[in-house]
Write a protein that binds this ligand. Sequence first.
Ligand code: AOF
Ligand code: ZN
Length: 364
Amino acid sequence: MQEIYMRRAIELAKKGIGAVNPNPLVGAVIVKDGRIIGEGYHRRYGELHAERDAFAHLTEDAAGAEMYVTLEPCCHYGKQPPCVNAIIEHKISRVYVGSDDPNALVSGKGYQILRDAGIEVITHVLKEECDSLNPVFFHYIVNKTPYVVMKYAMTMDGKIATYSGKSKWITGEEARTHVMEQRNALTGIMVGSETVIKDDPSLTCRIEGGRNPVRIICDSSLRISMDSQIVRTASEVPTILAAIQSEDQADKKQKLIGAGVEIIETESVDGHVDLQELMKQLGARNIDGILLEGGGTLNESALKAGIVKEVDVYIAPKIFGGSAGYTPVGGVGVESPAEAYPFELGSIQRFGADIMLQYFQITA
Ligand code: AOF
Ligand code: ZN
């Protein structure tokens, strides 16, 4: 039964996707005598936490009831008062928790306060499933830099475009819809100037009820055109251009700013934007997660800078061939297999005829 109620709490938590960042996805269920008497989830950033949302939806008195919550209840005053107080006031007898909260303001203290109040606390119920709700939050709350997901779609022979540069389409509709869902889930989306110049993408989220991610274009020397879709829509969709510090092109800078583009400048690293510095600046703007959609040059720089935490590889059941075809990661590459960027396999998912392999960065 424990797992059934926690699964329900996980399902509820997911309803907050795209709305809670940079806070976590959290769900809660209150159970009395084998009946659910309250359900809640964190609906929107700054609003009620899942636990208090569940209390707000009680169908009867919660005294003596049990609570299932996907994340350790908080014990600090932030945008919301501590959830542990509400749990104590409602005389909950036992709390089942999925994930520990790495937030230094909460970590372990939430459990302690509940136990000190005589409430039984059972931790790590469906921990893995609960943890997989919040890789972005867990990274961001500790590091204050965005969790970067590198995503690409390739053929069976590892090509992201044909020799002529054409890439529409590699994967089918279901896989492409999933990418749209990721654009909704992650706060930012990042590409290099090459991609904007070649494909002229809009990088918006085109699913019902979705919201557009903040668009981040790495464009060291301000090469993108004022006529590109990105610049033309910059007054409607938040757009950041990351460039190398320079006194040049003051005119173009002014024009871009006039069009609604925000410019962040960093020092140069091998002629490119300093991605580690950029991540710090984006983190300071509450950007907790980024979908990195390439292309190959930026992907290589991101790997080199060590900012890629997850790689989502879509593989379509087709072959382009050609030794001049485009591959997901550019540059020269490593000289020996021992120098490879190491990852570990997370999940394997199927979308229609395509598959997606999710990998996580191995941190020393
Ligand atoms: C949430 N929603 O359901 C839970 C959270 O600034 P505040 O008051 O919204 O607090 C945010 C912190 O509260 C967050 O970093 C996390 O540690 C904790 N739990 N946050 O936004 C929730 N349970
Ligand atoms: Zn709380």
